[in-house]
Design a protein around this ligand. Structure first.
Ligand SMILES: NC(=O)C1=CN([C@@H]2O[C@H](COP(=O)(O)OP(=O)(O)OC[C@H]3O[C@@H](n4cnc5c(N)ncnc54)[C@H](O)[C@@H]3O)[C@@H](O)[C@H]2O)C=CC1
Ligand SMILES: N[C@@H](CC=O)C(=O)O
Ligand code: NA
Length: 436
């Protein structure tokens, strides 16, 4: 058998401890499959003495993880610390510059600095892989970059955040309170260190930007993702969506049109209404799903656990096995210099059916005011419902919702601008697109 692949592990939290457990449990099987064993030689985290339920015996401990880059006995650094910058980025840069492989689960770092790190990896002939960063245990990166490599990808979309999906599906099936379900997701190790990254949609946006770059061969453009989180969704919206035959899912959606001289990239993360008959409606709890529409393969659905120690460790170790086998394609499928520049697409011309929800004072004329704004903006209403009983305080406000006929996004935006500042509106209206 060939020499072992020697790794240094930075970060010993949910995922790091999961990697130690996985390698201990499946090490022999992995060595047979990879043709060489994968051995942890050094580790680092914030607190040395913490009880993690795994033994660190036999591993060298370093207080400063960036020193891994200088260790001759390390072939690959595994970064499981998190954060787009800080020690994770310092370690990534130093490791790649030293020609060491880098495996990371850190979508924030890849979304922000993926182009720089990929260029560094190329320049130093160092492997860079990040399967765990997108949709946890699902081999979505591998599926897209290798399995679907023969296709032109028309659209990519999916459920990309386990914490939000867990919250939305628990609220829908049990009627539990948002904060209570979020606390459970944190206790189960699904949530980010700062759960605002999950519920505000940022984590899903990191993953979508990475998927879009891979799917369309464009440079990463995280700042252009249009992001809306789930924090404004009420129990009343979930009930209303259910009555209409939909479930609410936080979706990341991207497509790319060839423009005259530059590609037009559309990237959006937002809660959407998904028909109960669509496969994504059945994606519940911390499960993720990625749909890639290929021009020859058709609709490909990758589904599985998007968060948690075991599934995420499975993706990290799958990357290590690829490195051990020497299967190291460019981090974004193409050399960095070949990735196309893109400009953000104008969403105003996109055609959707929309769910629009208003919280209004329950007084005469308010429904007429809403329908007049829709009429004046040229928006055609398919259905219009005022919930029989108020969502919150006694008597008012009340939740009024509508579904529009298909039309350009600019139409609904115009109608809402006409209602802007109306004293009838208790809070800003909420728009959720219907997945088409
Ligand atoms: N938990 C999950 O289900 C998933 C996590 N990820 C990603 O994996 C990475 C790790 O996530 P978790 O294991 O959940 O995090 P965690 O918070 O459980 O563990 C983080 C580890 O890094 C160490 N650390 C953090 N900041 C440090 C610093 N400044 N200096 C030294 N050590 C530091 C901590 O001591 C801890 O050992 C993150 O990038 C996360 O986004 C990706 C997919 C799923
Ligand atoms: N916080 C993330 C963890 C995996 O990426 C999630 O909830 O999906
Ligand atoms: Na993955």
């Amino acid at each position: 058998m060939a020499e072992p692949l020697r790794i240094a592990l930075a970060g010993l939290g949910t995922v790091g401890a999961g990697v130690i457990r996985l390698l201990a449990a499946n090490g022999d099987l992995i060595a047979r499959r990879a043709g060489r064993s994968i051995e942890i030689v050094a580790v680092s985290a914030r607190e040395r003495g913490k009880d993690r339920g795994v033994s660190l015996d036999g591993f060298r401990w370093l207080d400063d993880m960036t020193e891994f880059a200088a260790l001759d006995e390390v072939d690959v650094v595994v970064e499981l610390v998190g954060g787009s910058d800080g020690p994770a980025l310092a370690l990534a840069r130093k490791a790649l510059a030293a020609g060491k492989g880098l495996i990371t689960a850190n979508k924030a770092m890849i979304a922000h600095h993926g182009m720089e790190l990929a260029a560094l990896a190329e320049a130093n002939a160092a492997p860079l892989r990040y399967e765990a960063a997108v949709a946890g245990g699902i081999p979505a990166i591998k599926g897209l970059a290798e399995g679907a490599a023969a296709n032109r990808i028309e659209r990519i979309y999916g459920v990309l955040n386990g914490t939000c999906n867990f919250i939305l599906s628990e609220m829908a099936t049990t009627g539990r309170d948002f904060g209570d379900v979020l606390a459970q997701a944190q206790a189960l190790g699904f949530a980010e260190a700062d759960p605002a990254f999950d519920i505000e949609g940022t984590d899903a946006a990191h993953k979508l930007a990475i998927l879009a770059a891979l799917a369309f061969g464009t440079r990463l453009d995280f700042p252009s993702v249009d992001v809306t989180g789930i924090d404004r969704i009420r129990a009343g919206d979930i009930a209303q969506a259910g009555a209409l035959g939909y479930v609410i899912r936080l979706l990341g959606i991207a497509d790319c049109e060839d423009g005259a001289d530059t590609a037009r990239l559309f990237q959006r993360v937002a809660p959407c209404l998904v028909p109960v008959s669509h496969p994504l409606a059945g994606v519940t709890g911390a499960i993720n799903a990625v749909v890639a529409e290929g021009n020859f393969a058709g609709r490909l659905l990758f589904q599985g656990a998007g968060a948690g120690d075991g599934p995420t460790a499975s993706a990290v170790v799958a990357d290590l096995i690829d490195v051990a086998r020497g299967n190291v394609p460019p981090p974004f499928s193409l050399p960095v210099a070949s990735l196309a520049a893109s400009a953000p697409a104008d969403p105003g011309h996109r055609r959707n059916r929309d769910y629009v929800r208003f919280m209004v004072d329950d007084r005469p004329g308010v429904l007429a005011e809403i329908t007049a704004a829709m009429r004046d903006a040229g928006v055609s209403i398919e259905s219009f419902i005022q919930q029989g009983h108020p969502d919150e305080r006694d008597g008012r406000p009340v939740l009024v919702s509508m579904v529009t006929h298909e039309g350009p996004e600019a139409g609904v935006a115009k109608a809402l601008s006409l209602l802007d500042g109306s004293p009838s509106m208790v809070e800003a209206p909420l728009v959720m697109r219907l997945l088409g």
